[in-house]
Design a protein around this ligand. Sequence first.
Ligand SMILES: Cc1ncc(COP(=O)(O)O)c(C=O)c1O
Length: 426
Amino acid sequence: MPNQINDLIPGRILGSHSYPDGLNFVADRGEGALIFATDGRQFTDYVLGSGPMIVGHAHPAVVEAIRDQAGRGTHLYAMNELALELAGRIVRHVPCAQALKFVGDGAEATFYAMRIARAFTGRTKILKFEGGYHGHHDYGQFGLTPAHGPNGGRRAPDCAGIPAAIADTVLVAPFNDLETTTSLVLEHAEDLAAIIVEPVQRSVLPRSDFLPGLRALCRRTGALLIFDELVTGFRVAFGGAQEIFGVVPDLCALGKVIGGGLPLAAIAGRRDLIDLTVPDRTQDGRSVFLSGTLNGNSLCCAAGLATLKVLEEENGPAKLAETGRRLAAGFQDAAHRLSIPFQMIGPPAFAEPIFGEDEVHDFASHSATNQRASRQFGIEMTRRGNHVLFVAKYYLSTVHSDDQIAATCEAAYGAMRVVRDEGYLD
Ligand SMILES: Cc1ncc(COP(=O)(O)O)c(C=O)c1O
C-alpha cells in the first residue's frame, strides 16, 4: 500500500507536511478528538484538519446538518438561506464585518482582500510580514523563510513558478517591528494599497503597540488594513483577534472554522469595500470581479453554520482557552521536571511548544529557537499516539477531554526525555 501511494501521490502528502518513514499513516476516520489510521493506530488529534475541526471530527450536529442538506441539494448556484444565515452570524460577531462575500478557501479570501484593496486605493503594493502565511497564491509566497535576504526591500519569492514582476508588488517587514514597518510604509506610501497581517502570526503574539500602530499607519497613508483571521477567527474569540486586541481592520479574511470542515471562506469588512465586488456597482473602473463555481454553496454553509451554533452553545473560545491552559501547564511541568529550557508561545487555543526560553516576537527569533529539538519532539509525540505537525501550533477542539489532555502531557514528558537524552538540546 505505501508504495502504491508513493507512486500515485508524490511525496505521499496532500499538502506540505510530511512524516519520516515509519510514522506516516493513511487516515481512515475521525471521531471527536481522535483519528484512526487504516493500520489500526489511533491518535489524539492536535492538527484538526489544520484548524477547521474545532468542535471535533464528525460532531453529531455537523453530521446531521450535512446529511440533511445533502438530500436537499448540495449546490444550487443561487443565493440560499444558509448562506444568508451564516453571513448574518459572522457579521454579528466580527467587529469589522459590515458585509461579506463567500469564497472557497483562505488563499482566495486573502487574494480577494488584496485585489479589493488595490481597486479601492488605485495603488499596487501590499506589505506583509516575514513569516506570515496567507495562502498559496503568488503574493503570499514572499518572506515566508529568511533565506532570501534581510528584511524589507525587493525579494525573490520562496516558491518557484512565480513571475519576477510580482516581487515589485510585495514588501516584507519584520513582525512586531513598528519602526522598520513605518519606514518601509512611508517610503512606499504613494503605492501602498494595504498592509496584510496575521494578528497572531503563526503562534507569535503581537506586542501591545503593534496592531494599533499598523492601524494608525494605514490611517495616515490611506492604505487599507487587512487582518488574516483564518486561524484566529472564531477561535481566540467569536470576534477573532480584532475583538481581543481591540483593533478593527478595514477587511478581514476568514475561513477554516466557518466552513466546518468543508471548503468555505470569506472576505468580510467595510460595506463600501465589499460593495466593489457587486458587478457594475461602480462606474469608475473600480469594480472587482469575484466569482467561483462553488462559492457559498448550501452544503458548506450548512456545515459552517452547524459548527458556529455548537461553538455558541458551548462558549467554544473560552472552552478552548481553558483546555489549552491545561495542556500548556502540563508541557511546562514536564519540561521543568526534566530541566529543559522550554516555553509554550501563543494563545492557549493554539499554542506552540518551543525549546528555548528567549522571547519569540518575530520570524527571526522563532527561527533562532531549537527547531531540531522541536522536530524531534513532534516525531516522539507522534510515536506516542498524538497527531501533531512538527514545529507548529497544537490546535485544540471543544471535545478534547481531560483524560486525553493528561495522556498527551504524559507523552510530552516521555518525548522531551528522548529529546534531552539523545542530544537534541546540545
Ligand atoms: C493565516 C492563514 N492564512 C491563509 C491560509 C490559507 O488558507 P487555505 O489553506 O484555506 O487556502 C492559512 C492556512 O493555513 C492560514 O493559516
